[in-house]
Design a protein around this ligand. Structure first.
Ligand SMILES: [Zn+2]
Length: 666
């Protein structure tokens, strides 16, 4: 009886706290500048993100659901059914398959927050009931181990295999459950997450550092802090703090797993890029709650290292398929540590062999979003947007049916060997389907990144046609961004007191201009900052921001050997590429050179049924190369030739092609 009463009080207290329902709920975090808007309060109305959201709702989510519920293709849901005793058989699929399914549920919950689609709600209810049924009484939940325990009672292998992704899966469970709770008000999924978090709290109390470090790919740092924000149970924040402090305490840590040295001694990005970015995002969550300046200092240093020396122009992270860590223990060759899917050395940014797993690029967004909430600094929104429009969106086909695992910046059908984790879009990435549901939840949640709030007013982070509606505020945003830089904000409802609008002026933008109710406004608009407009507004006020976005040529730091003598093209936040279907069949992408004075005209095109902005111009056709390794440079002058560049994210939607972001400069 007492237990029931306590539970009732707990649920009531959750309901009271549910007033702020933002994706990353920092509304009570003492060390952040900003918090998000409630999920469901931003709805895409027109243009780019309305289109992407429709593809998510109508194609990505139903297809992923079908795949994960079809045991002939994927055991993602069947594994839960077997673990719950509702079916028989063995676990199939990668050990992180539970996490894939949780990410899909998170995406469904985030879409439900906007659409209130009853069918989505009942699908989630059905899945959550099965998940709850398979959870062990002590809160442990991980289908590979639970299924084995059912077959061999008394034998448990929990946390024995560090590649088993248990905490990774539980971390995604916690994040997904918080989003589900905020979207639906239901505590069914949240209860499963709370039980699993309580299990982890007790596990870390009693386990050795060796067992405790069996936690690769730390999505659970973000998950456990979000659960702390939802429940206010201080044990969860304590666990998150301890998880950081126990890194590097064992003798056999690796740079690949970012635990060879304690995190507080890390000032550069290293190792597996998904694990790294998830770790940095989770540490930022801990800093948001604790104000730990020392950890913040680590994050600042690592962020500079990534953005100044290790990140691709697409916001992609993870230059290397495979490599070694020369920083590790010894120069004795057998002792040198391997890294994989990893950050490279400074300026080591190959193009064709760039790994850039979609999940790493999403991790880059998750990290920068948290840094923005911590600081209110627009440099983080710039990187978030850079990754989002380029190396994240590239991860899914325009129709929402096929996915990339890796996101290289150049592809050639004549490439002489097959890469491990080969490129090419696939409907179901059999060995690593982590990226597709990660993309689904990310696209579902772009609306939650669009605005932030604090006591001064509202911060406009991302531009796109939408309405923001809260109890005190209604703003309509009209724009054809990212194809056009004119943005109109109409204030339909606004507090009748001094209230600030903070408009993000992207770092790439020059000569932005502003008018209020048609009159030019002289507020200074500095690139890479938020411009504060503080007024006592009235309903119907209209703010118009113009962000010119000419196509520009970009060169890399000359230390990047792989792009010496080459340029890339960017217009607004979009990075462009040259793809073979836009050239005559006898012309190779490698024979095109870009004159420094090229004029590129924006041109509306369609690929399939999708509208996007290409860039047309006149480039130079170089004499063809022969097959020799070295050959004398031809003296035949290049010939002017028309070219069309398309957004990088839209490549590989027209069959098997050659593509390059970096092009020779003439
Ligand atoms: Zn992935």
């Amino acid at each position: 009886m007492k237990k029931c009463l306590l539970y009732l009080l707990f649920i009531l207290s959750l309901a009271a706290r549910a007033q702020n329902r933002s994706l990353t709920n920092t509304s009570n975090s003492k060390h952040t500048i900003l918090s998000g808007t409630d999920i469901g309060s931003v709805k895409w109305t027109e243009g780019f993100w309305a289109d992407r959201f429709a593809v998510l709702r109508d194609s990505m989510l139903p297809r992923l659901w079908r795949i994960y519920n079809d045991p002939h293709i994927s055991h993602a849901f069947t594994n839960f059914e077997i673990a719950a005793g509702l079916d028989t058989g063995s676990h199939e699929g990668p050990p992180f398959h539970d996490g894939d399914f949780y990410k899909l549920l998170e995406g469904m919950a985030a879409v439900y927050a906007v659409t209130k689609d009853k069918r989505l709600d009942s699908l989630m209810d059905h899945a959550i009931a099965v998940i709850a049924k398979c959870q062990r009484a002590d809160g442990y939940i991980h289908t590979p181990v639970i299924i084995e325990e059912k077959k061999h009672p008394g034998k448990t292998t929990a946390f024995e295999d560090r590649l088993n992704f248990e905490t990774y899966n539980m971390g995604h469970l916690m994040t997904a459950a918080c989003v589900h709770f905020r979207a639906t008000g239901k505590t069914t999924f949240l209860n499963v997450a709370i039980k699993s978090a309580n299990y982890l709290v007790s596990f870390y109390h009693r386990s050795s550092p060796e067992l405790a470090r069996n936690a690769i790919c730390p999505s659970h740092y973000m998950g456990i802090v979000e659960l702390y924000r939802t429940t206010k149970d201080p044990a969860y924040l304590e666990l998150a703090k301890n998880l950081i402090n126990i890194r590097g305490l064992v003798s056999n840590g690796t740079d690949d797993n970012q635990d060879r040295v304690p995190f507080r001694d890390q000032f550069t990005a290293m190792g597996h890029a998904v694990r790294a970015n998830y770790l940095y995002a989770g540490v930022a969550d801990v800093v948001a709650e604790t104000g730990d300046d020392s950890l913040h200092h680590n994050l600042d240093a690592i962020w500079s290292d990534v953005t100044e020396r290790k990140m691709y122009i697409t916001g992609g992270c993870g230059a290397l398929y495979d490599g070694v860590s020369p920083d590790a223990i010894s120069y004795n060759p057998p002792d040198i540590q391997e890294v994989h899917q990893a950050y490279g050395r400074d300026y080591q940014l190959p193009n064709t062999t760039a790994h850039n797993e979609t999940c790493a690029n999403i991790g880059n967004m998750l990290w920068n979003w948290r840094m923005l909430l911590l600081t209110g600094n627009a440099q983080y929104t710039d990187v978030l947007e850079q990754a989002l429009y380029n190396s994240v969106l590239s991860g899914v086909s325009l129709d929402g049916d096929r996915y990339f695992y890796t996101n290289p910046l150049r592809a050639s059908r004549a490439f002489p060997y097959t890469l491990r984790w080969a490129g090419g879009r696939e409907e179901y990435i059999k060995l690593s389907n982590c990226c597709p549901p990660n993309l689904a939840r990310t696209i579902a949640e772009v609306a939650d990144y669009a605005y932030s709030t604090n006591e001064k007013g509202i911060w406009v982070n991302l531009y796109g046609g939408n309405t923001l509606e809260t109890p005190t505020l209604k703003i309509q945003q009209q724009t054809d961004y990212p194809w056009d830089g004119k943005i109109t904000l109409t204030l339909d409802k606004i507090p009748a007191k001094p209230f600030s609008l903070f408009l993000r002026i992207p770092g790439w933008c020059k000569d932005a201009s502003l008018s209020i109710n048609g009159k030019p406004n002289s507020t200074t608009l500095t690139p890479g900052t938020y411009a504060e407009l503080s007024h006592t507004w009235k309903p119907g006020d209209i703010i118009t921001l113009n962000i010119p976005m000419p196509a520009v040529l970009i060169k890399a730091n000359p230390q990047v050997e792989e792009t010496r003598g080459q340029i890339a093209v960017r217009r607004g936040p979009i990075v462009y590429c040259l793809e073979s279907p836009d050239l005559a069949t006898n012309i190779s992408i490698f024979n095109i050179a870009i004159p420094a004075n090229i004029i590129l005209h924006p041109t509306q095109i369609t690929i399939g049924r999708h509208h996007l902005m290409a860039l047309d111009g006149t480039a130079l056709l170089l004499p063809s190369s022969n097959t020799h390794l070295y050959q004398q440079l031809s003296t035949t002058p290049p010939i002017p030739t028309p070219i069309r560049l398309i957004p990088y994210y839209a490549w590989a939607n027209r069959g098997d092609t050659d593509m390059t972001v970096w092009m020779e400069l003439q």
